[in-house]
Structure formats: structure tokens, C-alpha cells
Write a protein that binds this ligand. Structure first.
Ligand SMILES: [Zn+2]
Length: 127
């Protein structure tokens, strides 16, 4: 079983840090759950809208600098939000990040406001 990024997903990677794109590219080749990219680089205006709507908690999102991506799990081409799918996608991202020696943070590992679809470059290495 092998998946490929759609052209729409690739378009959403425009402006994302090359190190993070490399992790995404490696993750899609090894994941057992297909995924699409729903968002990469985000404008300040859009971030403000998301914070106001309660969809984001920070005005300092990593999406603003292109240091974060959001994914959606796909099962037979349909978007699914079932939590276990995101753990499996995260396994692929983490393994890819390890191979590429790119420190990566998964939002699903956060203690509060777990964010399963979210991956970002570690601030400690990519401030
Ligand atoms: Zn995100």
C-alpha cells in the first residue's frame, strides 16, 4: 500500500519550510493511512479569523511562518476525523522526521488542546 500527495495537497505546501515539506513527502510514502494537506502557510488575516472563531488559540501560530501543516485522514478518498487514524499518520511523520533528522512536533502529543491534524517544526531548532 502506497499513497501519493494530490496536486491540491502540493499546492497547499507552497510557502512551507523545505525541511517540513521533505518530512511530508517521506511520510506519504510510508503511512498506512492516506492523508491530504488541508493547510500550510496562513496569512495574519486568516489567523485572526481563526482565533476569533475559537479554532486557534494563538496569534503566534507556526502556520504564519510556514513552519506547520495540517492534515486530514483519507479512507477510500473520504476525509475522516476518527482519532486513531491520526495516531497512525503521526507514526509515519515521526519516522520520516527521525530519518531526516528534522525535529518535529505533533499536535496530538500536546497535553492540552490536542491537535491531531497538526505537525510543526520544533521551535528549539527552527525558531
Ligand atoms: Zn495547524
Amino acid at each position: 500500500m502506497s499513497f501519493r500527495l494530490s496536486s491540491r495537497s502540493r499546492a497547499r505546501l507552497v510557502g512551507v519550510h523545505p525541511a517540513l515539506i521533505a518530512v511530508v513527502e517521506a511520510a506519504i510514502t510510508r503511512t498506512t493511512v492516506d492523508f491530504m494537506i488541508t493547510e500550510g502557510l496562513r496569512t495574519v488575516e486568516r489567523q485572526a479569523v481563526l482565533v476569533k472563531a475559537g479554532a486557534s488559540r494563538t496569534a503566534r501560530s507556526r502556520h504564519l511562518t510556514g513552519y506547520a501543516v495540517d492534515v486530514a485522514a483519507l479512507v477510500e478518498g473520504q476525509v475522516r476525523w476518527d482519532w486513531p487514524l491520526y495516531g497512525r499518520i503521526a507514526e509515519a511523520f515521526k519516522a520520516a522526521a527521525r530519518d531526516l533528522k528534522t525535529p518535529l512536533i505533533w499536535g496530538g502529543d500536546w497535553k492540552t488542546l490536542r491537535d491531531g491534524p497538526h505537525f510543526e517544526l520544533d521551535r528549539k531548532v527552527f525558531p
